[in-house]
Each structure stands twice: as C-alpha cells, then as structure tokens.
Design a binder for this molecule. Structure first.
Ligand SMILES: [Fe+2]
Length: 306
C-alpha cells in the first residue's frame, strides 16, 4: 500500500497526466499525521497533491492538537468544514475560527490547530505551491516552549507582532490577488496569521448573463480559496455558471450538491456529490450546473493564477 509521503506531488495522477477527474471520497488517501506517533496525530485525507497545489482534509479529536507544529514552503489556507478551531502561530497569535470561515497561514509560519470543543473538528486545507521542500520543514522542530503563550517562559526571546493591523475595510473585486493582504507583505517575518470571517470574504460575481456567486476567503499570488454558489432556477433549462477557465489548476470540493460539472469543449461532464472533489487542469473550460431546487455550493482551491 503506498504511503502518503511517497505520493506527494503525484496523487492521484502524475503531473504530466492532468485531466478533468472526479475524485470520490473513497479515493482520498487516508493517513494519520505524523505517521509515527498516533498520540499527537491528526486524521488526514489527501485529495490532490500535484506540482501546483495540495488539497486535503484533517480532523482533530476533541481536546486534541497535532504535534510537531507545522510549517510549509508555500502559503497554507484553511476552509473550516466543522469548527471551531483554535489556530496558533509560533509568534503567539491565536485565532478561533468558526465553521465556514477561512484562514491564511503565510509561507514558513509555524502553526498548530487545537480543538477545545466537544466534537471532532474538520478542516479543508490548501497549500500552494509546495507543502514540503528541501529545507522546510527543517530537521529540528521548535517545541511548545518556543511558542509565545500567556506567561510563557521564552516570551522575551520571541519577536513581537503586536499592533499589526487586521482587516479594517470591505474588499472589492480589485483586491483579488491580495486579500486579506498582499502575499509578499504577509510572508515577511515575524508574520501573522489571518482569520477571514464570513463578513470579511471578498464577494464577487462571475458572469453577467447567468451570474455565479463567488466568496473568496484568500486570494494571493500563490493561490486562491473560497466558495462558488449557483442558485436554483434557470431559464428554459437548469441554472448554469458561464464557462470559464483558470491560469492555474483548480480543485472543487462539494459542500452542497450534487453539482454537475460540465466541460463544454470536451463534451464531458461529471456529477460531484457532497464531500467529493473534481480536479480541473489549468486552461480547461468548465461550468457548474444546478439541476436541483436549492443553491449548490463548492469550495474552490486554485493555484497559482486565477
Ligand atoms: Fe500546515
């Protein structure tokens, strides 16, 4: 049986074999992380790991957190499937993120999820461009003591990130590519992590004739995450989003469905049920089609370009 560390950047296909693909829940690669210590593990499902992005789901048991704390050579973005999750950075910033909210963890910022609730929490996580590199994570991990806490013993040795401005304004469509902050500015150390509530999402529409609602949690030069929502009711036929394509690769994760995803240039379509995913390679035209009587919703992860 292949192990997740052996398929990184090659799951469920080789980068040169990219094509539209339905990835069912049973296709996700389950593992615990870290694999060598279940006592401090999260329950992890790999959906896609290719040369442009990684998308997966991790679950934390009540009262639990994962160790070692985590770091990536790319930006990481969360969409909270079931919260709340308390997320910390090593600089001592803690955010409590609720179901349906987003998080931006800039490149090379140490982070850890904590579950203080009475139920399992579930997080859709998206990392672009790379989840692991040559030097990140490093051989030696910081310990819990290296993180700033209330009255922590090493607080004086950890850089000060107080007074950093949060999200103070409504985003516009012109902020795409730098929401909630310009990516390069976000990655300067010491860095902050950014919680994106429902009110903070960058809301826009795709298409004027048959608009689809888009709610971005994060949009940086490395990647873009958010929700696509197609209402019910078309004209003569089903309500459809207008065909579009992206400069980067796209993964859709179905929240409310089923959603029919049509590839008009290929004359092919897939039905995506809740908790299933669809991979759409860069440049491939697609549209979402709603045959039901209620809004359908997918989380999208696109890297690198929109
Ligand atoms: Fe991470």
């Amino acid at each position: 049986m292949p192990r997740f560390q052996d398929v990184m950047e090659h799951f469920p296909f080789e980068p040169e074999d990219k094509a539209p693909m339905l990835i069912r829940k049973t296709d996700y690669m389950h593992h615990i992380y870290p694999p060598n210590n279940a006592f401090t593990s999260d329950n992890n499902y790999l959906i896609v790991s290719t040369d442009t992005l990684l998308l997966g789901i991790y679950e934390l048991a009540p009262g639990g957190s994962f160790e070692p704390i985590d770091i990536h050579p790319g930006d990481e973005m969360y969409y909270i499937l079931e919260g709340p999750v308390v997320q910390k950075s090593n600089y001592g910033q803690y955010v409590e993120i609720q179901t349906g909210e987003g998080l931006l963890i800039p490149q090379e910022t140490w982070h850890q999820g904590n579950n203080f609730s009475d139920h399992k929490v579930r997080i859709l996580f998206f990392i672009a461009p790379k989840a692991w590199g040559e030097d990140v994570p490093p051989k030696v991990f910081p310990t819990a003591d290296d993180t700033k806490t209330f009255k922590g013993r090493k607080n004086g040795q950890i850089p000060d990130v107080s007074g950093v401005q949060g999200i103070t304004r409504m985003p516009t469509t012109d902020d795409l590519g730098r929401w909630p902050i310009d990516g390069r500015a976000a990655r300067q150390k010491p860095s902050n992590i950014w919680r994106i509530t429902d009110q903070d999402k960058l809301v826009t529409l795709l298409g004027n004739d048959s608009p689809m609602l888009m709610k971005f949690t994060v949009s940086t030069d490395y990647g873009h995450m958010g929700e696509m929502i197609v209402p019910p009711g078309g004209g003569k036929g089903p309500r459809c989003s207008e065909p579009t394509s992206h400069e980067g690769d796209l993964v859709l994760y179905c929240m409310e469905g089923p959603i029919t995803v049509n590839f008009p240039e290929r004359l092919e379509s897939f039905i995506m049920e809740p908790e299933e995913s669809i991979f759409v390679p860069a440049g491939e035209a697609y549209q979402l089609v709603n045959f039901d009587g209620y809004p359908v919703r997918a989380v999208f992860a696109i890297a690198p370009g929109l």
